[in-house]
Design a binder for this molecule. Structure first.
Ligand code: SF4
Ligand code: SF4
Length: 306
């Protein structure tokens, strides 16, 4: 049986074209499980036009909710809450701030009037859909919703179930930008990471932070410089810095106004005749030099999908 392979596409910061690259890799793979783990700014669906198969509420923890009609205004919750969620308002009544509440449950337990209930914190939804390149696990985080790291883990869990259940060993993941909790959740257990960088002034610094995260989690990485021709000197500098850390260059993608047109048509760049399409094809070929990725990609396309 072919081993499962998770390719996660990440970037040290947002706006490097990571999602466009992911969509094109999914198109070139032909058939794979696709996961959008960039839950704070999910936009892979804009290109892949998924049709929803199932959706589940994403509950992450609880929060305290006060019923003013029952509250005796004793102030115990105000005294006990260590997170500043309980407030004494100007007109001498008490409130609990949902955003500040850490869900410790202390006020719920000790309110003498039993005026505080413990509510489930609804942070968004995790979804499974179908796309023209394979099933997709994705999510919608509620505005202001926290726990995006946990939501990323839920998306990955769905993707792993799809991979096993459907007999598609290759999973292509659009990871979140940066180096925070959601990125850690997206690279945990991944087989390989593709780092997408742009030749900007902060790129080297952003890239090196992401590289050290990969080293910490023992995930092998490869580099892709997007819009490299906008600053060839900086591109060389980024590539050299990555190489020094053991990250080899897998490909360069030229600047291409056709990338935006492709997105406007809900198409991956490689589905159009955009000038950068051959660069992304070359990138995919270079990535497939990895035996595990190649075997998983072949098995996903040629295998019997359930
Ligand atoms: S502990 Fe209960 S009764 Fe006392 S102020 Fe808080 S909510 Fe009101
Ligand atoms: S549950 Fe804990 S954190 Fe939330 S308001 Fe009550 S005491 Fe504060």
């Amino acid at each position: 049986m072919t081993k499962q392979f998770e390719l996660v596409v990440i970037s040290g910061k947002g706006g490097t074209g990571k999602t466009s690259v992911t969509a094109s890799l999914a198109a070139l793979a032909g058939r794979s499980v696709i996961a959008d783990c960039d839950v704070d700014a999910a936009d892979l669906h804009l290109v892949l036009s998924p049709s929803l198969v199932k959706s589940e509420r994403f509950i992450a923890g609880r929060f305290a909710s006060l019923d003013p009609a029952i509250c005796s205004k004793c102030g115990k919750c105000f005294d006990l809450c260590r997170f500043g969620a309980a407030r004494l308002e100007a007109d001498s009544h008490f409130t609990l701030d949902e955003a500040q509440c850490e869900g410790c449950g202390v006020c719920v337990r000790f309110c003498p009037a039993k005026a505080i209930s413990f509510e489930e914190r609804d942070c968004g939804e995790s979804m499974v859909s179908e796309t023209r390149f394979g099933p997709m696990a994705h999510a919608k985080l509620k505005p202001g919703g926290e726990n995006s790291g946990k939501l990323v883990s839920a998306v990955k869990e769905n993707a792993r179930e799809l991979s096993k259940g459907r007999g598609l060993p290759l999973t292509i993941i659009d990871g979140p930008p940066g180096v925070g909790c959601p990125v850690i959740a997206s690279i945990a257990g991944a087989s390989m990471a593709l780092l997408v960088a742009e030749p900007s002034l902060s790129a080297e610094h952003d890239l090196l932070r992401a590289v050290s995260l990969l080293a910490q989690f023992r995930v092998p990485g490869a580099l892709c410089v997007n819009k490299w021709d906008l600053n060839p000197e900086l591109t060389l500098k980024i590539e050299a810095a990555a190489k020094e850390k053991g990250i080899e260059l897998a490909g360069r993608i030229r600047y291409d106004s056709g990338a935006l047109q492709a997105q406007a048509q809900a198409k991956a760049i490689v589905e159009t005749d955009a000038v950068s399409a051959p660069d992304i094809r070359a990138l995919w070929d270079a990535l497939k030099r990895n035996k595990g990725l190649r075997e998983a990609a072949d098995a996903s396309v040629n295998g019997k999908e359930h």
